[in-house]
Design a protein around this ligand. Structure first.
Ligand code: PMP
Length: 406
């Protein structure tokens, strides 16, 4: 793997500790937002001197910016294997925005799993929630039963859990949905940074993802998917750009991505997102996956060697898992553990319920958990520091869970 192209902007970042020393930051919160790649920052910097409003201006900077914006769309389509006629790539603010957009386009019920992030749960007004079973294949059988009992327009599932990192068999899910006349949406917010996704080859109808989890800065997501529902639905943001012709009493809306991209778009965000896709597309992702699996195994085994610690798993099978390990420790408060790791070890994890309350409840963790997620900058030293920190935290009285009477 070419480590030069994969260099991140936060390389060498130092953070303060409680005793006023500083130390190198060990980032274990990639699943929330990943730091940008240096190449992404270069791409934004090179677009900055001459940017102008897209699609409308006649000046040279406007034409150059329009060209960059549309090339970003094409790059992202290719990255996700969706560069075929019949699919649109709509730019959005993030995954949540993309799912809300699609929710206005779906002509019927939506079947989801209880493991979904709230972003792939709350927007679906007509949702039918399927509980997970003990294994991935039993869960597929439960979905099959739901879809055969009553027709649905869409099966909307995550590509990988943002809590446990477990990967779903997206090709099989697509076949299952299609067998029952439903389409399939993959929430790729967590899967895309870790695995190559080929939308057309896997039979995926819709895919959503966020640039800020894929090594670009905040502000841009995508909805990629079949054109017909998108072109038939009312525009997501009514206004200039979405409308082709307007009279005092009527309007003709554009079809295509423009229909849902009313207003001036986040062009620099689109350029950044595409630059990150370009870097990842040019990288040996098989090697990245192998490195990530080695680090994730070390993290999981190290944590599981700590007395009283339980790592969270949805399924009792040995399917694929991306670089996320969440855990609870008997008698410990997750937020206090996270705070101690930051203050005394310079380690950034996340504590809480990760916008997946139904899943946390199903896992028996309604009081929350700690999540450690890894990415391109993670080293073995970072992992060993995290494990040493958790080992200290579990016996530290400041991390003891307070009972209600205290
Ligand atoms: N889906 C999943 C699986 C996620 O992990 C997240 C982010 N935590 C989202 C959706 C929402 O992403 P965003 O905050 O970028 O809208």
């Amino acid at each position: 793997v070419d480590t030069t192209t994969l260099r991140l902007v936060d390389d060498g970042l130092r953070v303060p500790l409680a005793d006023s020393r500083t130390c190198a930051y060990a980032n274990f919160d990639y699943a929330a937002s990943a730091p940008a790649l240096e190449r992404v920052v270069d791409a934004v910097r090179s677009a900055l001197p001459s940017y102008a409003s897209v699609h409308r201006g006649a000046g040279a900077p406007s034409r150059v910016t329009t060209d960059r914006y549309e090339r970003a769309r094409d790059t992202i389509a290719r990255f996700f294997g969706a560069a075929e006629p019949g699919y649109h790539v709509c730019f959005t603010r993030n995954t949540t925005d993309a799912l809300n957009l699609l929710s206005r386009c779906v002509p019927g019920d939506v079947v989801v799993l209880e493991i979904e992030h709230h972003a792939n749960f709350l927007p679906w007004a007509r949702r039918r929630v399927v509980p997970v079973a003990a294994t991935r294949s039993d869960t597929l059988a439960a979905l099959e039963q739901e879809l055969s009992a009553r027709p649905a327009a869409l099966l909307a599932v995550t590509g990988a859990s943002n809590v446990t990192g477990e990967v779903l068999p997206i090709g099989e899910l697509a076949r299952l949905a299609h067998r029952h006349g439903a389409r399939i949406l993959i929430d790729a917010a967590q899967l895309a940074p870790h695995r190559r996704i080929d939308l057309c080859a896997s039979g995926i109808d819709y895919l959503v993802a966020s640039g800020h989890k894929l090594y670009a800065p905040f502000g841009t997501g995508v909805l990629i998917g079949r054109a017909d529902w998108l072109d038939a639905a009312p525009p997501y943001l009514a206004g200039g750009g979405a409308s082709a012709a307007v009279t005092r009493s009527g309007v003709d809306w554009h079809t295509g991505p423009a229909r849902h991209e009313g207003g001036t778009p986040n062009v620099l965000g689109a350029i950044a997102f595409a630059a990150a896709c370009e870097v990842l597309a040019a990288t040996d992702r098989g090697a990245l996956v192998r490195d990530e699996q080695t680090l994730t195994d070390r993290l999981r085994r190290g944590l599981e060697s700590i007395d009283g610690l339980r790592t969270l798993r949805i399924w009792h099978d040995d399917g694929d898992v991306v670089g996320i390990v969440s855990f609870v420790v008997a008698g410990c408060d997750p937020a206090a553990v996270a705070e101690l790791l930051s203050n005394e070890f310079g380690v950034g994890v996340r504590a809480g319920k990760f916008c997946a309350h139904p899943l946390l409840a199903a896992l028996g963790c309604s009081d929350g958990a700690v999540r450690a997620s890894i990415g391109l900058g993670t080293t073995i030293d970072d992992i060993d520091r995290l494990i040493a920190g958790v080992r200290c935290a579990v016996t530290d009285p400041r991390c003891a869970r307070r009972t209600r009477s205290q």
